[in-house]
Structures are given as C-alpha cells and as structure tokens.
Design a binder for this molecule. Structure first.
Ligand code: ZN
Length: 150
C-alpha cells in the first residue's frame, strides 16, 4: 500500500464515521461555514476555558467526503490545544494545501491532517478541505455571520 492509498483510506474512514459530529451543549462559541462551490455546509461549536484553550469541539453539517473528513480530522487535531497551538496548526495546514508552505519555526507537525494535503493537486477541492478551518477561525474570532469560502 502506498501513501496515497493510506491517506485515501483515512479520509474515507473519517467520512464514514466522523469524529465529534454532534451538537455541543453549552458551547462558548460557534460559527457556520458555507462553501458555495461544492455546497458544503458546516457548523463548528467550541467550548473554551478561561485561557481560550479548546476543551471540547463538535461539528454538524453536510458536505462532500473531503469537507466531512476535514472537519472530523480538525476536531481531533485541535481539541485540548491553546489558541497559539491552533493558529500554528491552521497556518501550517493552510500553507500545505494552498502550496504556500509555512517555513521555519511556525511550522508544526500535522499528524493525520497530512492525509488532506493531497487536495492541493485538485484546486477545486481545496475549499472543501479548508472550510472547517475558516469556520473554526470565525468561531474563535467571534464573527457572528456565516462565513463563506468565496
Ligand atoms: Zn466539498
């Protein structure tokens, strides 16, 4: 099995059995995201502690396999992380999928998120992979309205 097969399997697994797909009671922040190019919709809810650390996160929504897997993988990647850690993961991930990689100290290990960086070969799908991240940022920045990738 080569790496691309492994990555595809991880994406399919997270699409079939999304992690943290539920409503989060008593969420501190939430935001809606919409990707009109593909029709992906996502709602991100987070529970933060006093320092802004993500102590719980959940998502709901409907979309393609990439957007669902990305939201699922994102919730696993950022749970328990501080705002600085979330920003570092976001920036590194976003850099990888948009082919503008972060260099130097700002770069962090992506773990399973590497599975999604293959979308850079398919520009139309990049927004499917980044929708959940844009929406998380909107929630953390307490932007009220629905964010779109356009
Ligand atoms: Zn999509």
């Amino acid at each position: 099995m080569d790496l691309s097969d492994l990555y595809q399997e991880l994406i399919l697994d997270h699409n079939r059995s999304p992690r943290n797909r539920r409503h989060l009671e008593n969420a501190s922040r939430s935001a809606m995201g919409y990707n009109p190019l593909c029709g992906d919709k996502v709602k991100i809810e987070v529970m933060l502690d006093e320092q802004g650390k993500i102590i719980d996160i959940a998502f709901e929504g409907s979309g393609c396999a990439i957007s669902t897997a990305s939201a699922s993988l994102m919730t696993e990647a950022v749970k328990g992380k501080t705002p600085e850690e979330v920003k570092a993961i976001h920036d590194t991930f976003h850099g990888e999928v948009t082919e503008m990689p972060v260099e130097g100290n700002g770069r962090v290990e992506l773990g399973k998120l590497v599975a999604l960086t293959g979308v850079r070969k398919y520009p139309a799908r990049v927004k499917c992979a980044t929708l959940a991240w844009h929406t998380l940022k909107a929630a953390l920045d307490q932007v009220g309205d629905t964010v779109t990738t356009e």
